[in-house]
Design a protein around this ligand. Structure first.
Ligand code: GTP
Ligand code: MG
Length: 362
């Protein structure tokens, strides 16, 4: 604690007053006392790291355009997440893709009619709580809106609370889908009461959390849910600059026997193109092919759009950042730099407070 450290400094004859900077040697001394390993950062590398976290630069600000929202569905086991996703997919996939829905990629785009026009939104299929937690722990923020599914015949359960905690910690708006209202014993009112008692006050009761009563199985009120999503998205003013080299986040990756390393990216800014050179976590490579959510080859992918990428040197991790760079040599160098930074982060994480959190287990 702060008090302990102050006490230690006093005991060494250092009398810190108010806000004070400790010099390098003092930091090392304190760290030795608490058995924390110190790694001296190279200022250039630190700046690199800081830049990585910055999504927009000056050039972007003049060119920002609307981008589709990225939505994660969470909730307790068997409360109907997959059924909801399936229903949304089947009824809302673009007509040209109907029938051709494939399972390849854990993220997909759905078109929702808003004011007579079709607007895209992107649903993430894979992030269960662990993946969400792991990505968040690694600083990746891809989700714009969290939908938490609660079964009306079951109410708040442990994983519901977990989902709420994740969404709150990530600072993303929450929409509650009260599901299974077609079932005997469904009691949406009780669910709303339970939710208010954990601080999620329904809009209908004067609070700020939209709650939509649905039946994922029967397809009831799914339109209302989609409309609510688009309203919440609108308030967020989601924007990106499609007119630049892409950067974004890996949402899943693995090894395919035939195709080699396959990774699913979500572009956060810019446009990713076939032939681009990317660095991605500790991996790098030239994008040999891009596939959209229906498994079709595409030439590019703009902001919020999930694509599967082949051509990487290794398997990145969910939550790794990717960015397009000028040449394969730069990519290799950056990948090595990242590997080193990650090693250091891991060492300092180990030497940290030692607490085991949900995210560190994920
Ligand atoms: P996990 O992936 O295991 O966490 O479960 P899930 O949340 O994805 O639930 P899933 O969609 O697999 O649904 C669980 C069961 O509930 C299935 O038997 C569904 O058919 C059923 N179910 C889902 N939604 C509804 C609904 O609106 N009404 C009724 N009656 N049953 C539903
Ligand atoms: Mg499921």
């Amino acid at each position: 604690s702060e008090g302990e450290i102050l006490g230690y400094l006093y005991s060494k004859g250092i009398k810190p007053d108010g806000v004070q900077t400790l010099d390098k040697d003092m930091v090392k001394m304190v760290c030795r006392e608490y058995e924390v390993e110190v790694i001296e950062a190279d200022p250039v590398k630190v700046e690199e790291m800081a830049k990585k976290k910055e999504i927009f630069d000056k050039e972007d600000l003049a060119k920002l355009q609307y981008r589709p929202p990225v939505i994660t569905i969470m909730g307790h086991v068997d409360h109907g997440k997959t059924t909801l996703l399936d229903y949304i997919r089947k009824s809302r996939v673009a007509a040209s893709e109907a029938g051709g829905i494939t399972q390849g990629i854990g993220a997909y785009q759905v078109l929702v009619p808003v004011d007579g026009k079709s607007q895209a939104c992107v649903f993430l299929d894979t992030p269960g709580h662990e993946a969400f937690g792991a990505m968040r722990a690694r600083g990746a923020r891809v989700t714009d809106i969290a939908i938490i599914v609660v079964a009306a015949d079951d109410g708040i359960r442990p994983q519901t609370n977990e989902a709420i905690a994740h969404a709150k910690a990530a600072g993303v708006p929450i929409i509650i889908a009260i599901n299974k209202i077609d079932k005997d014993g469904a009691n949406p009112e009780r669910v709303m009461q339970e939710l208010s008692s954990v601080g999620l006050m329904p809009e209908d009761w004067g609070g700020d959390i939209p709650m939509v009563q649905i039946s994922a199985l029967k397809g009831k009120n799914i339109d209302d849910l989609l409309e609510t999503i688009m309203l919440v998205a609108e308030l967020q003013e989601l924007k990106a600059n499609p007119d630049r080299d892409a950067k974004g986040i890996v949402i899943e990756a693995g090894l395919d026997k035939k195709k080699g390393v396959m990774a699913t990216f979500i572009v956060q800014n810019g446009t990713l193109r076939k032939g681009d050179v990317v660095v991605c976590g500790e991996a790098f490579g030239k994008v040999r092919a891009l596939f959209d959510d229906s498994g079709k080859q595409v030439n590019d992918a703009g902001p919020s759009i999930p694509v599967q990428v082949i051509g990487l040197s290794g398997v990145p991790l969910a939550g790794d950042e990717f960015e397009v760079v000028g040449s394969i040599d730069i990519a290799r160098e950056k990948a090595e730099l990242r590997a080193e930074l990650l090693r250091n982060e891991r060492i300092s994480a180990k030497a940290g407070d030692g607490k085991i959190t949900l995210s560190s287990l994920a």
